[in-house]
Design a protein around this ligand. Structure first.
Ligand SMILES: Nc1ncnc2c1ncn2[C@@H]1O[C@H](COP(=O)(O)OP(=O)(O)OP(=O)(O)O)[C@@H](O)[C@H]1O
Length: 295
């Protein structure tokens, strides 16, 4: 796998306090890494260094792809008095994205992620978090860095956010995220880096997270209440879309039972395939139309 970014023997000090020490870490294209650890372990600091928002006090940070485009999703996002589309257009302008490209991309994202254009100060936490992720996707990053993306969200919003991140990952974007929720790790992560006391204590691939172990089920004609009942069935992992067609991700060993249940309740299956990244057909975020996206 092509390496995107690496840290080598990195340390970070604030005044006399060592917050990170001797951290060596890297991320490859298409990889999703969950950073875990207790409060104050150093996860946010590590993500800031990865995102290039802070410089290491010692050691080296290397970008292996030029230019490496990084999107950063902070843990808090203010409920501003803008509509999401206005806010995103404004951020796109600051980032130097031309107006036509920005409008096309914002429209595509709002459609895919099913975000109504409601004033942000009236939005739910889940809706605001979608805007937070979208602002980081505007420049079509090679690497998306998220600080506790599910923090403060209720369960339906958490499932929606997992679906959103899953779609972003499927389109080939690498993800580094600090995480507390086991569901998010189980649903998305290829690798887990554990941080304690400012040092990496464990860094390993999750054997059970092979792409082939998860299936993507696409179907239509199920009532919303029946779809909600499916969420409590064994094997259900998360929704990529609750629209029509609906797209569910399920654990492979339970796919047959879920399919039978969908058909029994009057649904029509339109597609069943292993969940994989980098689909052959570009179907959404429009990465194909950007010249020079890091090779
Ligand atoms: N700007 C700063 N100045 C001084 N100390 C800081 C600064 N930023 C972070 N720290 C300290 O560094 C340590 C690690 O903080 P960090 O926010 O990276 O941890 P975390 O693992 O993300 O924690 P949490 O899960 O609580 O968000 C903490 O002790 C924190 O107080």
């Amino acid at each position: 796998m092509q390496k995107l970014l690496s840290l080598r023997e990195v340390g970070k000090r604030y005044g006399k306090t060592n917050v990170l020490s001797d951290v060596s870490w890297s991320i490859a294209r298409g990889e999703c890494v969950a950073i875990t650890g207790g409060n104050g372990a150093g996860k946010s600091t590590l993500l800031c260094l990865v995102a290039g928002l802070a410089n290491p006090s010692s050691g080296t940070r290397t970008e292996h792809v030029k230019p490496l485009i990084i999107g950063y999703v902070p843990d808090r996002f203010p409920p501003l008095r803008f509509r999401p589309s206005e806010y995103l257009r404004y951020i796109a302008r600051i980032q130097g994205i031309d107006k036509e490209t920005a409008v096309r991309r914002i429209d595509a994202m709002m459609n895919i992620f099913q975000l109504p254009d409601t004033m942000m100060n009236l939005c739910s936490k889940g809706m605001l978090q979608k805007v937070n992720v979208m602002q980081a996707l505007l420049r079509q990053p090679d690497l998306l860095v998220l600080d506790e993306p599910l923090s403060g969200l209720d369960e339906p919003s958490q499932l929606e956010m997992i679906g959103m991140l899953s779609e972003i990952k499927r389109q080939g974007t690498s993800i580094a995220m600090s995480v507390h929720e086991p569901l998010l790790i189980a649903s998305l992560a290829d690798r887990v880096t554990a941080v304690e006391g400012g040092a990496i204590t464990q860094d390993g691939i999750l054997a059970q997270q092979k792409e082939a172990a998860r299936m993507r089920l696409e179907f239509s004609r199920l009532r919303p209440d029946v779809m909600q009942q499916l969420e409590s069935r064994q094997g259900f992992l998360y929704w990529i879309s609750r629209g029509s067609p609906a797209v569910m991700v399920a654990a492979q060993p339970f796919t047959d039972e879920l399919l039978i249940e969908i058909l029994r309740c009057g649904g029509t299956i339109s597609r069943l395939e292993p969940l994989r990244k980098n689909p052959s057909v570009s179907d959404g975020l429009g990465y194909d139309d950007v010249p020079g996206r890091g090779a």
